[in-house]
Ligand binder design. Structure first.
Ligand code: BGC
Length: 506
């Protein structure tokens, strides 16, 4: 238990219980990350291909045929991408459940779907079973990704909201790394290693399952559903202090204002909702068009493409996974010190250089049927690491943080649902299209992502306001109404902002 911290008139301690709640809920990130990391390795395993995708396996045997096209298969991509389609659809149902029944049961449902999906995928005998399992996992991800960041933000003391929110991303990266390690070990077990890879997804699901029982409902959700006295006692419990009046009053006010808005999705269509909506959605679209998931899903495939053997390519994915985890820690430390814009802009430069360099090496040295010499293949791994590193301290965590802190309260959950589903939609598109794109565009695929990186850099430069140290309930007054471009949208804003009691968001 730490000493009492005071921000504005809010008091809090970081209690053991609240930390346990953060960690257990953040296991939702673990589930999401495990899925992202596992599919690439599994689709590179021969036993898995022989069982479900024999045509791809045959093509791989004739590997010399064409480096860029050997994995191009719509079904194989559907295996990876079906999860995100299911997540996209279910995140809207999840947002309804979140507000009608609460965050805790939504997290419970997420873990239950996830558990079923992981067991079915480990036991699958036919292709439809494996796709159905992916859909179940996807529903789990949709529910988890909607409820977990919201839950974390709502139970974090105001001054730690940024860092607590990034815990979600940290757990995503740990999930990806864990999956990479499992794939590395499981690929040596024949012929059922892939079952182990897919089945072990039940581990993070089980953590979250236990977590969903142990965690507390958030005070905001309780008050929103007319359970005021429970809301107050919960707030005391998670803040570790007796005097929670100021914060409780603010939650009540916010809930009253939010209750007045009968249809939050309709409200989202107002002109004054456009600035945070455009920012929230574009952050997610751009996050995906960095090309990160081309690497997260298909790193082993990519590394095989440049000429590594199976083992070396899985090991290289483990290395990128480690870089991903440790660079996220940089973001936790830096996001409130250097600010969001600087991190994003710095990363654009680093990502642009690495993507164009990878593209140039492949363009010059990787033809249809050769492989890169060892030095160059090693250089590609280094460049991939540089790319992942910069993503991990910028567009990764901030893609989730910025949409969660820039909507005014009355449209926060509905706006966030739009951001989550945009993320899922574009993750789906990349997962479904990347291998075909690589087959058709060849090395130019990397220049394609580099061009997007230029666009997102310009977007940040001209359109993204800095939100570091701006209180979450003062965004309209202090950010949107002051911004040279976005202030023109704010003339029909009629919401109320309570800035009296609010502490600084760091
Ligand atoms: C993104 C994922 C990505 C991961 C990589 C997350 O923020 O939403 O799509 O795979 O970061 O660490």
């Amino acid at each position: 238990m730490t000493k009492i911290e005071k921000v504005g008139s809010f008091e809090s301690k970081i209690t053991v219980y609240v930390v346990v709640c953060w960690v257990l809920a953040a296991c939702g990130g673990l589930m999401f990350g495990y899925d992202i990391g596992i599919s690439g390795g599994v689709t590179a395993m021969d036993d898995f291909l022989i069982k479900f995708f024999p045509a791809v396996y045959q093509r791989k045997l004739r590997a010399k045929e064409d480096n860029y096209c050997k994995y191009d298969n719509q079904y194989l991509q559907l295996f990876t991408s079906s999860l995100y389609l299911a997540a996209l659809v279910s995140s809207f149902a999840a947002s309804k459940m979140c507000s009608k029944l609460g965050r805790k049961p939504t997290i419970f449902v997420a873990s239950a779907f996830f558990l079923c999906g992981s067991l079915l995928s480990a036991a699958a005998q036919r292709i439809w079973m494996i796709i159905l399992a992916r859909v179940l996992l996807g529903v789990g991800v949709g529910f988890g990704n909607e409820a977990v960041p919201l839950f974390l933000s709502e139970i974090a003391p105001v001054q730690h909201r940024g860092a607590v929110n990034i815990l979600f991303q940290l757990f995503i990266t740990i999930g990806i790394l864990f999956a990479n390690l499992v794939n590395y070990g499981a690929s040596k077990i024949h012929p059922w290693g892939w079952r182990l890879s897919l089945g072990l997804a039940s581990l993070p699901a089980a953590f979250l399952f236990v977590g969903s029982v142990v965690i507390i409902e958030t005070p905001a959700s309780l008050v929103e559903r007319n359970q005021e006295s429970q809301g107050r006692s919960t707030l005391k419990k998670i803040r570790g202090v007796e005097d929670v009046d100021a914060e409780f009053e603010q939650i009540k006010m916010a809930c009253e204002a939010a209750r007045e808005v009968k249809d939050p999705f309709k409200r989202l269509m107002k002109r004054s909702s456009m600035p945070p909506l455009i920012i929230g959605v574009m952050m997610q679209v751009f996050q995906q068009f960095t090309g990160i998931n081309a690497i997260m899903f298909y790193a082993p495939v990519l590394f095989q493409t440049v000429g590594f053997k199976n083992d070396a390519s899985l090991l290289s994915s483990v290395i990128t996974g480690l870089v991903n985890v440790f660079s996220t820690l940089v973001s936790i430390y830096g996001v409130d010190r250097v600010g969001r814009r600087k991190l994003l802009l710095q990363a654009c430069v680093q990502m642009f250089i690495s993507q164009t360099a990878i593209g140039a090496i492949l363009l010059v040295h990787l033809k249809g049927s050769n492989s890169l010499d060892e030095g160059l293949a090693g250089l590609v791994v280094v460049l991939v690491c540089l790319f992942v590193m910069s993503f991990a301290w910028s567009w990764g965590p901030l893609g989730w943080l910025i949409p969660s802190e820039t909507f005014p309260l009355e449209i926060r959950t509905s706006g966030f649902a739009c951001a989550v589903s945009s993320n899922m939609l574009f993750t789906f598109i990349i997962a479904q299209a990347f291998l075909s794109m690589m087959c058709h565009m060849r090395a130019f695929i990397f220049f394609f992502f580099a061009a997007w990186i230029v666009a997102m850099g310009l977007f940040v430069l001209f359109l993204l306001p800095e939100t570091k140290n701006v209180p979450i309930d003062a965004m309209v007054e202090r950010v949107w109404k002051q911004h040279p471009v976005w202030k023109r949208f704010m003339d029909d804003y009629d919401g109320k902002e309570d800035v009296k009691n609010v502490g600084m968001i760091i």
